[in-house]
Each structure stands twice: as structure tokens, then as C-alpha cells.
Ligand binder design. Structure first.
Ligand code: GSH
Length: 380
């Protein structure tokens, strides 16, 4: 006797993509099992036996499965959240996951394409690639402008278009709340963005849409804020450790601070990315070394700071505002790094890899500062 097929959704709560599918399944009252894991602890069997790309979500529609089982190749199975959403809408027409009207169906498709092609990339760029926050605002506004004017969902009735958007927006808010070093916002920027998204009149429609989405049983059943947040903390810490490891490989800690000028062409390329007026919006991050000198045991202090630079390490390539910075000229006139002892020191570190708008204090930034300090400690 063959078993009644059931949907198995392979999922990870921290990821927005399986959440899309779970929302649609809940909305459609479609029975399903979830096999969940945290991405950082993804079991080997998932890639080996279930889904070779090892991404979530993955959906299997067949006999009941247990963690570690290999789904039969003879039963329907799919990856890619948007494809799965469309499959569910087609396979379970009575669940009304898309409107019956072909024009509204097409509009739903346009909506989730905008989510995929505009909104999601903007979130990634602003959070992790230092794109300006206005890019995120513009992407949210784009989505907001497609919504019906006062109330209602992407195409009026709830549809899979809403399932495509909500999980990403919810996690974007979490990343802003956490304001983790990985996302490299200047102090206060993440809080300001959160306040803007939640309170600014220009995003009132989006806020209302969010509230209406969250009021639905599908969202209540599939969303555990505390749990997702805890997983994101872990995830961001992991990314940070990875970035630090990578940086250690690319900049050995024993290497002295370079004084070699970048080529003019290179400097020009770097400078062209940065608008000068954006350079000094962030504060310095001082670190102090206190030590005694023998034999008189006078207490000496050396204050270190990293001055942001987009053009390398050489004064000739610094923008005029920076050259004027207190201490810079003194350092410029020194020939050897160990002559810096007993000076008020501003070490100029290249952060050109950030490009565009300079980030605020970040782990990477601190790390450069720490490396300089460690080098200095070994010289005194
Ligand atoms: N385009 C895919 C994206 C799926 C995806 O990238 N999932 C990520 C999680 S956000 C994943 O599983 N990554 C594997 C990992 O982190 O181990 C979809 O819409 O389903």
C-alpha cells in the first residue's frame, strides 16, 4: 500500500528563503513536515543525500521523510524558493495562493521579481557592501509604491508575492537592530535607519503593510523573533571571524606599515570612488598605550588612532582635509615608525578596499588599529 504523499520542507529558520515557502504552506492550509537545521550546523547528509547545492529551501512531495533520509528520485522535488512558491500555487489551486485573474497573477509575478532583483540586492549591498542607506530606502519605496494605496497586500488579496517579500524585510530589520560590526554602519546609522523605516511618514504605507502581514496566522505560526535573532547573532559572529581570518592571511601581523606610494593611476581609481565631503563624518578611535620609561619610571602615554584614508598611506595622496588633521603633519615628517614613540600618533591606514562611502568604526577598522598597536608594542 503506497503512503499518502506529504510535503517535506527542508528549512533553516535564519534564512528568509524557506520562510517564504512556510508562509505559503500555512496560508494554503497545505499539510507539511519541516526538517530544520541551523545553516552553521548543516548536516553532511543534506548535501550528500538530499540537495547537492546544500541550500535551503528544498521541497520534496512524497512519502514521509526523517532527517538523514534520501528522498526517492521518483517523487517531485524542487529547490529555489520562488519556483517552489509558483509550484505550490499551481499544484494546490484551491489554496488560492495566486489570484485567479491572469492580470493580477502577472502583477504578483512583477512584484516578486522586484523583490528578487531590486529589494534583496539592495539589502545585501547596504548591509554588507557599504552601499548608501538611500539605496535601501529607494528599494523599499519601490516596493511600497506598488502596494494598493491604503491597505491590502501586493495584489490586493494575500498572495505568494507577499510571501516573497516579508521574510527578507523581517530579517533586514533584525540586522539593523543588531547593528553588528559585520554590517559596518557608522555609529547611530542603523538606529536612525530603523527609526526611519518604522516612524517616518514616507514609509508609513510599508509599516502598515508589515503590520497587516504580521497579523496573519501564517506569520504568527512561522516567525519566532527571538529565535531568529539569536541565530543571526551567531551567523554575524561567524562572518566576522571569517573576515578576520581572511584579513590575517592577506596582511601578516608582523608586516610593518608600508610607506610606499600607490601608483598615481591606482590612487586616482581609489579616490574617484569617494566623495571628499563624506570623509570626516566618523570619529577617530583612539587607543592608548601607557608605559613607564626606565630608569626614571616616568609614565608615558602614546595615543594611537587610525585616520581613515582611501588612497593609501602616503601624504602626497591624501585629501587636503586629512592632511590638515592634527598630528598628521608631524607623523609625515618622521622617517621611521619607531620615531613615533612619545608622539601623539595618528597612524594612517589604508581602508581603500571599502570603496564608496567610508564605513564607521568597525571590527575590521579596529583590527587594523590593533595590529598597528601590537607592532608598536613590539618596538618599544
Ligand atoms: N535563490 C535561492 C537562495 C537560497 C539560499 O541562498 N539559501 C541560503 C541561505 S539564505 C543557503 O542555504 N545557503 C547555504 C549555507 O549558508 O550553508 C532561493 O530563493 O531559494
Amino acid at each position: 500500500m503506497s503512503e499518502t504523499p506529504i510535503i517535506t520542507l527542508y528549512s533553516a529558520e535564519e534564512s528568509p528563503f524557506p520562510h517564504r515557502v512556510a508562509l505559503a504552506l500555512e496560508e494554503g492550509n497545505i499539510p507539511y513536515d519541516t526538517i530544520g537545521f541551523e545553516l552553521l550546523d548543516k548536516p553532511d547528509w543534506y548535501k550528500e543525500k538530499v540537495y547537492p547545492t546544500a541550500k535551503v529551501p528544498y521541497l520534496v512531495y512524497g512519502p514521509k521523510l526523517q532527517p538523514g533520509d534520501a528522498p526517492s528520485p521518483d517523487v517531485p522535488q524542487l529547490g529555489e524558493s520562488l519556483v517552489i512558491l509558483e509550484f505550490l500555487a499551481d499544484a494546490f489551486p484551491s489554496a488560492h495562493l495566486l489570484p485567479a485573474d491572469p492580470f493580477l497573477r502577472a502583477k504578483a509575478r512583477l512584484f516578486y521579481r522586484a523583490v528578487e532583483e531590486k529589494f534583496n540586492p539592495a539589502v545585501m549591498a547596504v548591509f554588507f557592501k557599504q552601499a548608501p542607506k538611500e539605496d535601501l530606502y529607494a528599494a523599499i519605496k519601490h516596493i511600497q509604491d506598488v502596494l494598493p494605496p491604503d491597505t491590502g497586500f501586493a495584489v490586493g488579496e494575500w498572495s505568494i508575492a507577499d510571501a516573497a517579500f516579508l521574510p527578507i524585510y523581517l530579517r533586514a530589520l533584525i540586522v539593523l537592530e543588531l547593528d553588528h560590526a559585520v554590517s559596518q554602519f557608522a555609529p547611530g546609522v542603523a538606529a536612525e535607519m530603523l527609526a526611519t523605516l518604522r516612524e517616518a511618514p514616507r514609509f508609513a504605507r510599508m509599516q502598515r503593510y508589515l503590520e497587516e502581514c504580521m497579523a496573519r496566522p501564517s506569520a504568527k505560526k512561522t516567525w519566532d523573533l527571538a529565535s531568529v535573532k539569536a541565530k543571526w547573532v551567531r551567523r554575524l559572529e561567524f562572518f566576522l571571524a571569517q573576515a578576520q581570518k581572511q584579513q590575517q592571511h592577506s596582511t601578516p601581523s608582523s608586516a610593518p606599515v608600508s610607506t610606499r606610494a600607490p601608483s598615481r593611476a591606482k590612487a586616482k581609481r581609489r579616490n574617484s570612488k569617494v566623495k571628499p565631503q563624506e570623509l570626516f563624518v566618523y570619529d577617530l578611535q583612539p587607543s592608548k598605550i601607557i608605559r613607564t620609561t626606565r630608569p626614571d619610571t616616568t609614565v608615558r602615554e602614546t595615543l594611537f588612532s587610525v585616520v581613515l584614508s582611501t588612497s593609501g598611506l602616503v601624504a602626497g595622496y591624501q585629501l587636503p582635509e586629512k592632511v590638515k588633521a592634527k598630528g598628521f603633519t608631524a607623523v609625515k615628517s618622521l622617517n621611521r615608525i619607531d620615531e613615533l614613540k612619545d608622539h601623539l600618533v595618528y597612524l594612517v591606514c589604508a581602508v581603500s578596499q571599502f570603496g564608496g562611502t567610508l564605513p564607521g568604526p568597525s571590527q575590521r577598522h579596529n583590527k587594523t588599529s590593533n595590529r598597528c598597536i601590537n607592532d608598536y608594542k613590539s618596538w618599544i
